[in-house]
Design a binder for this molecule. Structure first.
Ligand code: ATP
Ligand code: MG
Length: 267
């Protein structure tokens, strides 16, 4: 899955990244789904270990265009993980109070504590994506933010946070099909947001903004992965695999009991 990790200093051209790619897995959909289930079980154990050890903090950032599958990842990849140890923070358009502060203010308070795993459903990256595409602040203001973000994430990493960032990469055609399905299927209509069509019209501008994000903010301490996301099962597989591998590399251990328990007799 390392082929999807962006090396620092890479200039990303998203046209070179195939949203249909599935080259890191030999099998097809049903084998892929089975592999995800197995990884779910590993993740469940690793998350318990994370919580028990209470040492590391894990932050997973999800960014995507509308219908890109952030919700699907949260449902499938974290299926079975104890909800007590995992938290999702969703970032929508900022409130007046949030806008009155710097853009990282609302973000920082949702970062994980020791033993915790937090998933960001959208993130501080919106402040260089939607904000840049819609000119919500002048270019010199958003232009400085890439460096802020790298510094902010470096600070989090140095203070014990493991950061993984995933861009769910779908094609414009796939987005069309998913939006159409939301229109056509009565049970999906509630998800249809007319506003998404306005953002879709700005697809190319968003792709350019994502390319700058991926080029400027993939660091040793907080790497970006470009996840081929046209196939939902493959998207889930890539993210599950990266997450499990990363947690395994932390070499976590259950803490030693505080007293010698060998002598304990329960009457
Ligand atoms: P879904 O549509 O799948 O429920 P979503 O993440 O698209 O999930 P919405 O409520 O539709 O949720 O959209 C949130 C909106 O908030 C997005 O259009 C996003 O660009 C916007 N947003 C998030 N952060 C900021 C920000 N800092 N400044 C301006 N807009 C933002
Ligand atoms: Mg939306």
């Amino acid at each position: 899955m390392d082929i999807y990790r962006i090396r620092p200093g890479t200039q990303v051209d998203l046209r070179q990244w195939d949203p249909d790619d599935k080259s890191a897995f030999e099998g097809g959909k049903s084998e892929g789904q089975k592999a995800v289930e197995k990884l779910n079980c590993r993740l469940e154990v690793l998350q318990e270990l994370l919580y028990a050890e209470g040492k590391h903090k894990v932050l997973v950032v999800l960014q995507a265009m509308d219908t890109g599958g952030k919700d699907g990842v949260i449902r499938h990849v974290f299926d079975g993980v104890n909800p007590q140890g995992v938290r999702v923070a969703s970032f929508k358009a900022p409130t007046p109070e949030e806008l009155a502060h710097d853009y990282l203010w609302r973000i920082h308070k949702h970062t994980p504590g020791k033993g915790e795993m937090v998933i960001f459903n959208r993130s501080h990256y919106e402040d260089v994506l939607v904000v840049r595409v819609h000119n919500l602040v002048p270019p010199d203001v958003w232009g400085r933010r890439y460096a802020h973000i790298n510094d902010f994430e470096r600070m989090l990493a140095e203070e014990g946070t493991t950061i993984l960032k995933f861009f769910l990469h779908i094609s414009k055609d796939e987005q069309k099909a998913r939006l159409q399905a939301r229109l056509d299927e009565p049970d999906k209509r509630w998800k249809f947001n007319v506003g998404d069509l306005g953002e879709r019209a700005l697809w190319d501008e968003y792709m350019r903004a994502y390319e700058v994000v991926l080029s400027e903010t993939s660091t040793e301490w907080a790497p970006w992965y470009i996840v081929p996301a046209n196939r939902k099962w493959y998207r889930d597989l890539v993210i599950s695999e990266v997450l499990v591998q990363t947690l395994e590399s932390l070499n976590m251990r259950y803490p030693q009991p505080k007293e010698n328990l060998d002598e304990v007799v329960i009457e």
